[in-house]
Write a protein that binds this ligand. Structure first.
Ligand code: AMP
Ligand code: MG
Length: 336
């Protein structure tokens, strides 16, 4: 059945992005439309973000069909991000997916958001069996496949590295400029930093902690003894060295030959540089997922929906409730 050509529509709505992707069964991305919620001030407010998603859902869906050049009835499978994520946001995507599946009489597939980040990266980059570093506003995970699942080798014990950068940037009074996310604004300032200031470096076993680094960086800001550029530079050096250390140990332990970098923070050149150097030393291939597919997007959900569907992993409507804390290592992956 699954050999025939077909299309999967995927809906992403775990946090601030509402995205719809349409992907063919053989991995061609026909559409990947996204609309991001930008808070007026402060971080993501789950209810406000969900309101945004509900407002834009109709338009993003029709735009995706238009770009893909197909009609709703030509879609064979409806996939959605079932978790982990923010409850109110997840529910908008799940509701839209259930409505579409029932109206079109098509199967529904609930997809794990973290798994989707890895699978789209593997597909787009032709990467086979990597150690993945997934770094975003909500997640910081080092994972690799072993015995039917992606095992989590290391993860953050408190906040995600992207969130850490964003909170720091807001404390410094920085604003997203010209569509540049806060992490990218910090990156730009860090390039002008010259002096390295010691800040807390916290790796516990294979896990990471960013809250001490954040607190220390904020007190440095308030002290006013150092330039913002130097603090940004030191902050990045510390945070990214921690990530590189854990990724390196996972690579050495698993003896895999590839490293995949994904998530919104993957766009950072300094992080890329550190990981690339580390990979060279280990003779491993390094692949950075392009921005469109590294930040939250609908195409990754659609593609993982295809993989699940091929293996009969369909989600009955009565089991399609959202899972706010659904871990990557709870998911069986039969396609590897
Ligand atoms: P995501 O959660 O995948 O949508 O990614 C959003 C996160 O990526 C936010 O925390 C951003 O600040 C961060 N980000 C985006 N671009 C960069 C960059 N160039 N350097 C560091 N962080 C970034
Ligand atoms: Mg996002």
């Amino acid at each position: 059945m699954w050999r025939r050509e077909g299309y999967c529509l995927g809906i992403e709505s775990t946090a601030d992005d509402f995205g719809v992707g349409i992907v063919s069964f053989n991995g061609k991305v026909l559409a990947n439309v996204n609309d991001v919620y930008i808070p007026e001030k402060g971080g993501i407010h789950p209810r406000e973000a969900s309101r945004h998603h509900a407002m834009v859902a109709g338009r993003v869906l029709s735009e995706a069909f238009e770009r893909a050049g197909i009609k709703p009835k030509e879609v064979d499978v409806i996939a959605f991000s079932q978790g982990p994520g923010l409850g109110p946001c997840l529910r908008v995507g799940a509701t839209a997916a259930r409505a579409l599946a029932s109206y079109l009489n098509k199967p529904l597939v609930g997809v794990n958001h973290c798994l989707a980040h890895i699978e789209i990266g593997r597909m787009i980059g032709g990467v086979k069996d990597p150690v993945t570093l997934y770094v975003s506003g909500g997640n910081t995970i080092v994972a690799a496949f072993e015995a039917r699942r992606y095992r989590v080798f290391g993860e953050t014990l408190d906040i995600a590295v992207g969130n850490c950068l964003d909170v720091f940037a807001r404390e410094a009074g920085l604003k997203p400029k010209a569509g540049k996310p806060l992490g990218a604004v910090v990156e730009e300032l860090a390039l002008k930093g010259r002096k390295f200031i010691h800040l807390p470096y916290t790796v516990k076993g294979m896990d990471l902690s960013f809250s001490g680094l954040l607190t220390a960086a904020i007190s440095l800001l308030r002290e006013g003894r150092h330039s913002l550029e130097d603090i940004c530079y030191s902050f990045q050096e510390i945070a990214f060295s921690m990530l590189t250390e854990v990724t390196e140990r996972a690579l050495a332990h698993t003896e895999k030959g590839e490293v995949l970098l994904t998530g919104g923070v993957a766009a950072n050149r300094r992080l890329q540089e550190m990981l690339r150097n580390m990979c060279e030393e280990h003779g491993a291939r390094f692949y950075v997922v392009p921005k469109e597919y590294a930040t939250d997007n609908g195409a990754m959900i659609a593609w993982t929906g295809v993989l699940c569907y091929r293996y009969g992993l369909i989600t009955p409507v009565e089991k399609s409730f959202v899972k706010l804390k659904w871990r990557l290592d709870e998911v069986e992956v039969p396609w590897i």
